[in-house]
Design a protein around this ligand. Structure first.
Ligand code: ADP
Length: 356
């Protein structure tokens, strides 16, 4: 049986349904990221797995045991939060060993487990410091150390890096990944940051209003989004969306933009009809700058980021973003022209948002 199984989970707060009906299985050793916009129910779902929040309906299984009625401390789960929740008066060593002490483990065992976690997280030199004498990143490492010493069956991470500055986030992200590769504990990681999710997880689960929109490896979701929600959520900078209408041109499907331009469509995914209202999705990194390219418009803004530059241009009343080489000479007000391989064009039904 999978490490964590959620069956038919339902969660309401009063009259408001946050998670209507959710099924999810997480394999042993897997690193799964729950992603979705703020308020979609990620933390609530994680907290129900931890036992910090009661479910309204359904079953939660951890390592083959149904834990609905099991208290949080007996679920064999450790949770790492955004707020480190360290005891300020205790040293790093005491913070890390505290749960084991509460569980009345022998002193020698506590010392050995704390030492091992400290080595893994590069905290050995800091064991006698108090949290107030540590940087944010170090505190987060201690919070992770405290979780590791318990040798839980499952790690739950709730936006653990949100309080750190951008550079430290990247460093800690790498550390969490390295840690998972070492201990291989089943991990469920909640974040609204899709880059964080993509770089860390084996599998992403995209949530929208408590419903799983799609799940798969980061690259599956990036290359093959099922619908416009996933397409817009995964990928940075975000996919461009342009309204269009489907037409047939010598037997092949094309999307007709509002200025009359025709964009060849990729192979069919779902049922298509002539005149169907669709949204065309174009990833900024797939727009290739080319004089005379089929997509062109006036440049409205330029954002250099170093290796690459973001170019915003107007296409038939819609602002599009393209990603070009950082050394490309461009100016606001000039015409920008580009083209795209038709197999990289995404077509979504305007009504349902489903890919077609
Ligand atoms: P996310 O983690 O995706 O940002 P949350 O799981 O924190 O979302 O919240 C999902 C929804 O549930 C939000 O609309 C939030 O306001 C609501 N919610 C969370 N906790 C409670 C609570 N204790 N009582 C009432 N509503 C809550």
């Amino acid at each position: 049986m999978a490490s964590v199984v959620l069956k038919n989970i339902n969660k309401t707060f009063g009259a408001v349904t946050i998670i209507p009906n959710l099924d999810l299985e997480i394999e042993s050793g897997e690193f799964v990221a729950l992603v979705g916009p703020s308020g979609c129910g990620k933390s609530t779902l994680l907290r129900t797995i931890a036992g910090l929040e009661e479910i309204t309906g359904g079953e939660i299984w951890v390592e083959g045991r149904k834990v609905n009625e099991v208290s949080p401390k007996d679920r064999n789960i450790a949770m790492v939060f955004q707020s480190y929740a360290l005891y300020p008066q205790m040293t790093v060593r005491q913070n890390m060993g505290f749960n084991l002490k509460l569980a009345k483990r022998p002193k020698a065992e506590i010392e050995q487990r704390v030492a091992e976690a400290a080595r893994m997280l590069d905290l050995e030199a800091l064991l006698d410091r108090k949290p107030g004498q540590l940087s944010g990143g170090q505190r987060q490492r201690v919070a992770m150390g405290r979780a590791i010493v318990r040798s839980p069956k499952v790690f739950l991470f709730d936006e653990p890096l949100s309080n750190l500055d951008a550079k430290l986030r990247v460093a800690m992200r790498a550390e969490i990944k390295r840690l998972h590769q070492t201990v291989k504990t089943t991990s469920i990681y909640v974040t609204h940051d899709q880059i964080e999710a993509m770089t860390l997880a084996d599998r992403l689960v995209v949530l929208n209003k408590g419903v799983i929109e799609q799940q798969g490896t980061p690259l599956e979701l990036y290359s093959n989004p099922d619908n416009i929600f996933v397409a817009g959520f995964i990928g940075s900078p975000s996919m461009n969306f342009v309204p269009a209408e489907l037409v047939q041109e010598s037997g092949a499907w094309a999307a007709k933009l509002s200025d009359g331009k025709l964009l060849p469509c990729p192979s069919e995914r779902g049922a298509r009809a002539v005149g169907q209202a669709v949204t065309v999705g174009l990833r900024p990194e797939h727009l290739v700058m080319r004089a005379g390219g089929e997509l062109s418009g006036r440049i409205t803004m330029i954002e250099p980021t170093g290796a690459q530059t973001l170019v915003y241009f107007d296409l038939a009343g819609t602002q599009l973003t393209a990603l070009v080489d950082g050394d490309t000479a461009l100016s606001v007000g000039e015409q920008f022209a580009c083209s795209i391989n038709s197999e990289r064009v995404y077509i979504f039904d305007r009504q349902t948002g489903e890919r077609t």
